[in-house]
Design a protein around this ligand. Sequence first.
Ligand code: NAD
Ligand code: UDP
Length: 316
Amino acid sequence: MELKTLVTGGAGFIGSHLCHTLLEQGAEVYCVDNFLTGSKRNIEPLRSHPKFHFIHHDIIEPYFPEWLDRIYNLACPASPPAYQYNAIRTIKANTIGMINVLGMARRLKARILQASTSEVYGDPKINPQSEHYWGNVNCTGIRSCYDEGKRVAETLCFDYHRSHQVDIRVVRIFNTYGPHMDPNDGRVVSNFIVQALKGEDITIYGNGQQTRSFCYVEDLVPGLLKMMEQPSEIGPINLGNDQEFTILELAEKVLKLTKSKSKLVFRPLPGDDPTQRRPDLNRARKLFNWAPRFTLEQGLVPTIEYFQHILKSSTP
Ligand code: NAD
Ligand code: UDP
């Protein structure tokens, strides 16, 4: 069946991969983006596809399409420097924008998947984090616009479900990386690869002993599709990779794979930076038989190739 599918944030890193896969599966894709952190480059290869439609729009403003079966709501800056620079807009996307998109889902009786985040767990006191954990979040810090924004966005989804029977799916995405990341967005994987390829210092924030678990985008996208299409579970569901690495280990892997001579330098740890993060993936495994397949090395290799290409094409 051809599903009319809206992807908000479709010109971003994850959104552009999602649009590509949906088109491959025969969906009619409506990509909404305001290019706050996304780019035309990410969707350029899709523009000539007869079933791809781009709508330049900010979800903070209402939008009234005529018919939709599915909505993936990804519109929100995701890198800490980007959401901190755009703090109020980040809150608006997760409150006003979320209400607009949920209203659209209600009116059109479309199923909606919300791209939530591991940040709802804040600086977690337990490791790994399962969906039952309520989190440890500061509501006034520099990460709060994003963490609390995403928390209230989840609350809105559940209240639209309880009050108006909106058919929701809530996914908590853990650190995801891959081609189409913005080389300047300041996230750790893009920063380290770009620094290594340019021979610049690798900037370790704090002592580098904080941990993250990195999911390759080609693992994540099928998980989003499976969660959307399974009939009954509304979530929240964790999606990510459960191999945990310190930031220093990540830097060493990037140096090895790029064969770079860059030096490690230590910089102050930003406020409220979580000390540990690893998803408990049992729920996704049991519910729709999903598990990540790419090791960190396997995902870093094509990501490094992508950045090599981008850096080459942007040098005069
Ligand atoms: P991204 O910044 O590359 O993509 C976000 C996209 O949303 C961009 O194209 C941006 O221009 C667009 N956007 C932002 N505000 C908008 C608005 N008000 N109206 C319309 N478009 C808007 O980030 P990403 O990594 O692709 O993340 C996509 C989604 O997944 C985000 O909601 C993010 O919170 C969530 N997520 C990502 C990760 C990750 O590790 N990549 C982890 C957890 C959650
Ligand atoms: N980080 C780092 N150097 C960088 C960028 C980030 O050491 O150049 C650290 C950051 O402090 C955090 C981790 O890497 O501990 C992951 O950062 P990212 O911004 O990718 O995402 P987060 O998981 O913090 O939202």
